[in-house]
Design a protein around this ligand. Structure first.
Ligand code: HSE
Length: 301
């Protein structure tokens, strides 16, 4: 059997108002190479501090889950992971590991499952479809659950748009960031979010960036997460003042994301993030990323 490499993109979820429903693939990739071997082996490269290099590794666990699902025996493998997506920072690192593991299993087994079936499995395992949809299908994804089934539409984003991200040096567990949210919200806040999520989908679909500013506003999760993310309000304001077309918490945080329609504008926003972080004495890094129309894919060697 040849060596297979699974490429999985980083994703940002929510994009402000689309809690658990909207996602976006970024041009920032983890790779997982799998090949049959005599003895089981896991090799970790890149940004993998703290990750286990054994059977308990999340990617390996999900290769096993895949094989159990199709009722077949998992082969003995050498798995080499190159991790670029930072862990616990709000760019779908767990979704990437989960999707990567399932897709590795699927590719090794000769693709018995469709991408939609992989999505159903991934959603069930992750608990919400936003990151996994974007990781699988790429682009800006809109996902809705219909009696447990995921209905997902993926929109190809503008090639010119950029995501400017601020990544704090500390992680935030999604579990913690979800626990803090109220179980119920008012009708007023629900209406606030429905209009904005719809405008945001329209902005991505028609590539009309001027709707991104209002389209990234949120009352469903971000206000409650402010206490968990030091400097969140000031940093998002700084990005907007520097001309960002919308700014939001990336997924459950703690990273922040702002949108630009050109590289020049993106550099200005990056400067504003860096300067605001310096003033607030925050430690972290900024990055300019392209958006990815492409979702996870497999190459063969
Ligand atoms: N929608 C999720 C949340 C994304 O905000 O909790 C993080 O996985």
């Amino acid at each position: 059997m040849p060596k297979l490499t699974i490429h999985v993109p980083a994703t940002t979820a929510n994009l402000g108002p689309g809690f658990d429903c909207l996602g976006l693939a970024l041009d920032w990739w983890n790779t997982i190479a799998v090949e049959p071997a005599r003895t089981f082996q896991v090799k970790l490269r890149g940004n993998s501090q703290g990750l286990p290099a054994d059977e308990s590794n999340m990617v390996v666990e999900h290769i096993r889950i895949f094989y159990n699902h199709i009722g077949a025996r998992m082969p003995t493998l050498r798995v080499t992971m190159t991790n670029r997506i930072p862990i616990g920072k709000g760019f779908g690192s767990s979704a990437a590991a989960l999707v990567g593991g399932l897709l590795a299993g699927n590719a090794l087994a000769g693709t018995p499952l469709t991408a939609q079936e992989i999505l159903e499995m991934a959603n069930e395992l992750e608990g919400h479809p936003d990151n996994v949809s974007a990781a699988i299908f790429g682009g800006f994804t809109i996902s809705a659950l219909d009696e447990g089934r995921v209905v997902c539409a993926s929109v190809e984003p503008s090639e010119k748009w950029r995501a400017v991200v601020y990544i704090p040096d500390h992680a935030l567990a999604t579990k913690t960031a979800r626990k803090i949210l109220p179980a119920e919200i008012s009708r007023r806040d629900a209406v606030f979010n429905i209009g904005r999520a719809a405008l945001l989908a329209y902005a991505f679909t028609t590539q009309r960036a001027h709707f991104l500013n209002i389209g990234t506003q949120d009352r469903l999760h971000q206000p409650y997460r402010v206490p968990l993310v030091t400097g969140m309000t000031e940093m998002l304001d700084a990005a907007r003042e520097a001309g960002a077309n919308g700014a939001a918490l990336s997924g459950a945080g703690p990273s922040l994301i702002a949108f630009a329609t050109s590289e020049t504008q993106a550099k200005k926003i990056r400067g504003a993030f860096t300067e605001a972080a310096r003033k607030l004495k925050l430690k972290g890094e900024t990055k300019i990323l392209k958006l990815s129309a492409r979702g996870a894919y497999v190459t063969q060697m």
